[in-house]
Design a protein around this ligand. Sequence first.
Ligand code: ADP
Ligand code: GLC
Length: 491
Amino acid sequence: MNVLFVSAEMAPFAKTGGLGDVASSLPRALRAKGIDARVVIPLYGPVQARYGDDLRHLFTYQFSRRSGTADVHVHTLEQDGVPVYFLESWPFFSGGEYIYTDLNWDRERFVFFSQAAMALAWELGLGRDGGEGWFPDVLHAHDWHTGLVPFLLHEARHAPEWQDVASVLTIHNMGYQGWEAGGYLWAAGVPGRHEPNLVYLDKTDNLLGIGIAYADKLNTVSPRHAVELHDRRFGEGLEGLIRARDADFSGILNGLDMQHFDPAADPVINHCYDATNFRAGRVQNKRALQNALGLEQDDNLPVIGIVSRLVDQKGFDFAIPGLRLILAETGAQLVALGAGDPDLETHLRTLEWDFNWKARVMIGYNPALSMRIYAGADLVLVPSRYEPCGLTQLMAMRYGALPVVRETGGLADTVENYDGGPADRGTGFTFLWEEDQAVRGTLRWAIDTFRGRRAAFERMQERAMRLDWSWDKPAQQYVAMYEQALAARRK
Ligand code: ADP
Ligand code: GLC
């Protein structure tokens, strides 16, 4: 079975969050199951600058749309055995810009990318890469950026070559939809979207909504979030469409690349360790982290870590006031890494300004530092308002930092709350209310456990480190979904 991932992100080339991780690790897991999975992403300027020497120009094709004809240059490389195609085309993906810019330009860019990715599949099918011809059985779209792909496929099916090709859409984040894209769709020559639910619910110009209406099968990235998306609170205006597609919709929990994210072999952390020797090994990483950031080196001070995009979704607006109380009331240290909304960045920074002897806030995107935080912090705070899956808490647990999370979506599916006693159960600490006092109380509880019940804390660390988040099972669920999508087409 041939599967083409059409995605805006793929780690390590282009990543702002978990979508990048999934688009790189899931295809690899699928290939291990005999699926010929490949990925197409845009060639962003910084990616060309950084990886240009590794890329091989494959071929160039012309792509015509209402506004004219574009040359699309296809470059390629293999990433851990996965063929990746990078599309370069002026003015959308050529030169300086990275993944996301402003919404106006992004809608236009990703409408183009979705069209160009379909055209790529066609060109690959003709054997333009010099090979025998590779044509997808399944097009797998991700989030609003490529939500148009299932519709483009629907339209392409008037040609017999496309008739049996199936589409799958994965919703990683409902908070971003590619709203009001009608003008861009018209300009790009995309025909009207007449699927009845889409029309009745007035979403024909919503790129993610279009994907939901037209994909043969669709999923989100945890079972809990699949339930949540039926509700207005999480559906963000698309809950009606989700309900209409209920029979074809499921939740598949994300996996983690267990080889890549492995504290026993991670080259960027200071001291490697595993679930048998983490007590001695983690403390080395904690000291190195404290030392590197100019914090007091004391093994008994709990270190609270944060690694996050700083956007409304992540809940830091209500968490920061709770953290502020914790920093005032306890000896805990804070090590935070994040970037995003300038107001939230400033808000977080004030913690460093006010508690500069015990708090460090790094604004930016820094994969190596993120791993050092997972390896050296005692706790990792993830207070999300909503979280489709969340990889941060999985990485934290894998590295033995206990997550403190709001009980929603994938956080609820993956973090088991401390039992309050000897830790016969538990891999972290959970709370429900989106309030500073909930954050304060739960962090307090976690800190008290770290201080007063170290044996229970360590039992949870060991349990968390031994959990298996490998892609094996979820990849199997994706294969089943592809098969169902293909069966539905061939009926
Ligand atoms: P989301 O995709 O919503 O951002 P996830 O928890 O699924 O949330 O994935 C976040 C990923 O991005 C994790 O791999 C996390 O370590 C990484 N990440 C987030 N912010 C940063 C940052 N500032 N620097 C480095 N890595 C980051
Ligand atoms: C999104 C979600 C996150 C999820 C990631 C990968 O960015 O916010 O919860 O883990 O996609 O699926």
